[in-house]
Ligand binder design. Sequence first.
Ligand code: ZN
Length: 142
Amino acid sequence: MAVKLACLECGQGNRVPDEKLGAGPKCGTCGAALMPSKPVEITFDILEMARRLDEVPLVVDFWAGWCGPCRMMAPEFAKAAGKMAGKARFAKLDTEAFPQSGSKFGIRGIPLLIRFKDGREVSRQAGAMPADGILQWMSKDK
Ligand code: ZN
């Protein structure tokens, strides 16, 4: 079985065999890591592609530089990304750089985490959380 996922750097759709997800797969177009073990800063356009295409869980942290709790959560988010390496992808979207994300996703406050899979929003969680809280939240509603 192969799964589809968009490259978080160039947006190109890629197909990766299930068993290769944990083996450092790379984008066929730009060579970027497809399953990075760290959160990746993405643009609104990349998010639009990835959330529609991805068959691997995608967790997006909607944040902004002026938001203190967002900055506090950043290392926890990175820790959670390391723990889920090869199983899920973690991305960060700067809501100040991409203000269109606010109305598109009905964002009322940040930090906000939204989990996408198979072209739909699986769940969302507002407010800063420790890494353990993020992992616990991810283990629900699969
Ligand atoms: Zn790429």
